[in-house]
Design a protein around this ligand. Structure first.
Ligand SMILES: CCCCCCCCCCCCCCCCCCCCCC(=O)SCCNC(=O)CCNC(=O)[C@H](O)C(C)(C)COP(=O)(O)OP(=O)(O)OC[C@H]1O[C@@H](n2cnc3c(N)ncnc32)[C@H](O)[C@@H]1OP(=O)(O)O
Ligand SMILES: Cc1cc2nc3c(=O)[nH]c(=O)nc-3n(C[C@H](O)[C@H](O)[C@H](O)COP(=O)(O)OP(=O)(O)OC[C@H]3O[C@@H](n4cnc5c(N)ncnc54)[C@H](O)[C@@H]3O)c2cc1C
Length: 661
């Protein structure tokens, strides 16, 4: 599509784009993280979208379960080959964002890239990396991360798979003792992978040392047949991600060499002696790494959905605002703006907090290299909180965008259903959100109770700021609104701690008291993480060196985000006195003004996300707005339309219709 050729474009969209009052390319660079990154993303995307190998012969939704898997594996393999062939040497982990949309509905190599390779990097010592890293990066071996079992996903300490050390032959014996110990869910495990990292309870010298990672060959490297002592299969259709072969795995006293235990952090020596890690949760490092990656991935899903919904809302006309006048664009309805524009604001919130979290992760990783684990708990808390809020915000945002497109949003060809199923899974995987938020709450209560002790953890230092509990602000700058979020979080933490303490004082055991307060504790964790997101949003926009137009747009989006979330949880702000009922009413009014200010810029802002049509894959969201023709053309692809009268008519309908004669 030639974006300079207005003649091919829907007139509403032409008019929308003429209203643009900022530099779109500049905003694109901010979204990508700099000009160089924009150029790199475009280069990769060009490479992919001009390649006919990535086209599907028929829409995926008409394919059988097996064909979907095979088709997506074909494209995934081609993608890996193509990127490997590039002279510039692409780093697939750096470029993962640019690939969004090229592979549809999950792909069988996703966990190889996003967990197996990172697990080797983060958990294997240098000799082990020497042995497996190069091979896995060159795709000579394909792996997955097999942790979850039929009986336990959340409770990692409760895993049942055993790795028992046998010092006589220096081997571990992997065993699945019960049906509930069957590994269940790992992506690519069913048919694709020939290796995996298995999390199993480590037993040596008669003692259990808890879950540890082991690298295990699953299939013969020549024939791809599963090895003796290993049972493998696929778990069947899911809500989404059906091109992936999520699998199951059982071990029958399967032996692996001692050196297959990933030994960067803890070791089992030849004689069976266990050597402790620096921190006993370092074996959870792969999960933490991926949680950080998920925040960025969620912002991308939301960019897709909101691009579709915004463009469609500009093209779609319905009903009337002024009686008797032509039907307006649905984007002119305030209620439609309230659905779509806060989701645009949310995209930037997620981008900026993902970047901030990545920086923290890099500095914690650097410290870990020097043996310093002091900031690991803070990273665990922040990555858990942001993974939880980003996945639930993005899932809800995508669903709102789908609803905002009315009936057509329910069509597969809108690409909204698949965007939704590809996002909502992140609420569950890599740590179910409630569980992760309760980890954040645990950290908050612990931090609150250790006020006065220097921990170096900056994200919770505000908990010591007791004076702010008394001071509600009378100004409404963005900074003041962020302070209100802080006050709300602090007050919820104080309330939860007091409630916990009271129950303990009344004689309850701490863990019962904890469960009894857990709805409130969940709220604390959400409020704390929301405060973090708001603070990063405000600080990033405030310090941004940008042209006036771009800065104004981002300031408005940031303010909308702050007010939107205050109105969603206004009870918490009222309860702690951070805001009065009158303040809330004024802010609600201002939110509507902001929707009106941002409405004329909405199409241009989503244009700045710069998602090529080929990747957006939506009849409703294409750049030219030629929605109705595309919907019609897609409908014609239905196999039912191959004949005027389907066979099923003769088999079932005709006999029914004639039976009463
Ligand atoms: C060039 C290379 C670059 C590389 C770049 C790489 C880029 C990567 C790119 C990525 C792209 C993304 C694209 C998306 C694709 C994704 C596909 C994914 C598919 C999905 C995969 C999965 O789905 S895979 C399974 C995930 N399955 C879980 O996620 C289980 C949750 N369950 C738990 O995670 C534990 O079960 C749970 C609850 C903590 C309790 O653990 P537990 O019982 O052992 O611990 P307790 O609760 O008793 O807590 C005791 C104390 O440990 C503290 N603590 C706990 N964890 C800690 C930790 N990690 N660090 C520090 N401290 C920790 C805690 O804070 C307490 O501290 P304190 O005592 O001081 O209060
Ligand atoms: C699409 C997809 C891909 C996946 N890929 C992989 C993979 O590659 N590798 C892998 O190992 N796993 C994978 N998983 C598994 C995933 O990590 C687990 O499903 C996830 O960790 C949740 O665990 P669970 O299913 O046991 O849920 P459960 O823990 O049984 O959760 C059920 C309910 O119980 C609640 N609950 C549980 N514990 C607590 C608690 N302590 N406090 C309060 N409430 C609690 C939860 O909040 C939830 O409401 C995948 C899952 C999905 C959906």
């Amino acid at each position: 599509m030639d974006k300079n050729n207005e003649r091919e474009c829907n007139e509403d969209l032409i008019r929308e784009r003429r209203k643009c009052n900022f530099n779109i390319e500049e905003l694109t660079n901010i979204v990508d993280g700099g000009k160089a990154r924009t150029a790199r993303r475009r280069e990769i995307q060009r490479l992919l979208i001009n390649d006919p190998e990535f086209l599907d012969e028929i829409p995926q939704d008409y394919m059988s379960h097996e064909d979907r898997y095979s088709n997506e594996l074909r494209k995934s393999a081609h993608l890996m080959q193509k990127l490997a062939d590039q002279e510039s040497g692409h780093d697939i982990h750096q470029d993962i964002g640019a690939l969004t949309g090229i592979l549809k509905d999950g792909n069988p190599l996703m966990v190889h890239l996003s967990m197996f390779i990172p697990a080797i990097l983060g958990q294997a010592n240098s000799e082990q990396q020497e042995k497996w890293l190069g091979r896995s990066l060159r795709n000579e071996i394909i792996g997955t991360y097999a942790q979850t079992e039929l009986g336990h996903g959340t409770f990692v300490r409760g895993l049942e798979t055993r790795a028992t050390y046998d010092p006589t032959v220096e081997e571990f014996v992997l065993h699945t003792p019960t049906i509930t110990a069957t590994k269940w869910w790992p992506g690519g495990l069913g048919k694709t992978c020939n290796y995996c990292v298995v999390m199993a309870q480590l037993y040596t010298q008669g003692r259990c040392y808890g879950p540890h990672p082991f690298i295990v060959q699953l299939r013969d490297e020549e024939t791809h047949r599963s090895l003796p002592g290993i049972t493998l299969g696929e778990i069947g259709p899911r809500l989404g991600l059906n091109s992936n072969d999520n699998g199951f795995l059982k071990f029958e006293n399967h032996r692996i060499p001692r050196t297959n235990m990933l030994m960067k952090h803890s070791q089992v020596l030849k004689d069976g002696t266990y050597v402790k890690p620096l921190h006993n949760k370092l074996s959870y490092g792969t999960m933490m790494l991926v949680r950080v990656g998920i925040v960025g991935a969620c912002s991308r899903s939301l960019q897709y959905a909101v691009t579709i919904a915004t463009r469609y809302s500009a093209v779609r006309h319905q009903s009337e605002i002024v009686p008797g006048q032509p039907e307006p664009q649905i984007l002119d309805y305030q209620t439609q703006q309230y659905k779509v524009i806060p989701q645009i604001a949310s995209v930037f919130a997620l981008i900026f907090s993902a970047r901030s979290l990545s920086k923290i992760q890099s500095s914690v990783t650097a410290k870990l290299k020097d043996g310093n684990t002091d900031l690991l708990p803070e990273l665990h808390s922040l990555s858990s909180g942001l993974k939880a809020l980003s996945s639930s915000d993005a899932s809800w945002g995508v669903e709102v965008c789908r609803l905002a497109c009315g009936g057509h949003g329910y069509l597969a060809s809108s690409n909204l259903p698949r965007t939704y199923t590809g996002t909502t899974c992140a609420i569950t995987y890599e740590g179910e959100n409630t569980v992760l938020l309760l980890q954040v709450a645990r950290y908050l209560i612990k931090s609150y109770r250790s006020i006065g002790k220097e921990t170096g953890a900056s994200s919770v230092s505000y908990l010591a700021d007791q004076t702010s509990l008394a001071s509600s602000s009378s100004s409404f700058s963005n900074k003041a609104l962020v302070q209100a979020f802080k006050l709300s979080a602090l007050s919820l933490v104080a309330e939860a701690e007091a409630r916990l303490q009271k129950l303990c004082d009344m004689g309850q055991e701490f863990y019962h008291a904890w469960n009894y307060c857990s709805v409130l504790l969940l709220k604390c964790a959400e409020a704390h993480t929301r405060y973090y997101i708001c603070e990063k949003y405000e600080q990033t926009v405030d310090s941004l060196k940008a042209s006036e137009g771009v800065k104004n747009v981002l300031q408005s989006l940031c303010r909308l985000y702050l007010i939107y979330h205050i109105t969603l949880t206004h009870g918490d702000f009222l309860k702690c006195g951070a805001l009065t009922p009158r303040n809330i009413a004024v802010l609600e009014g201002e939110m509507c003004d902001l929707l009106a200010v941002l409405r004329p810029q909405a199409v241009s802002i989503v244009d700045a996300f710069d998602i090529p049509d080929e990747l957006l894959g939506s009849t409703l969201g294409c750049w030219d707005g030629n929605v109705y023709q595309r919907l019609y053309d897609e409908a014609l692809k239905s196999p039912l339309n191959k004949t005027d009268v389907p066979d099923a008519y003769y088999k079932y309908l005709l006999p029914l219709m004639k039976s009463s004669l």
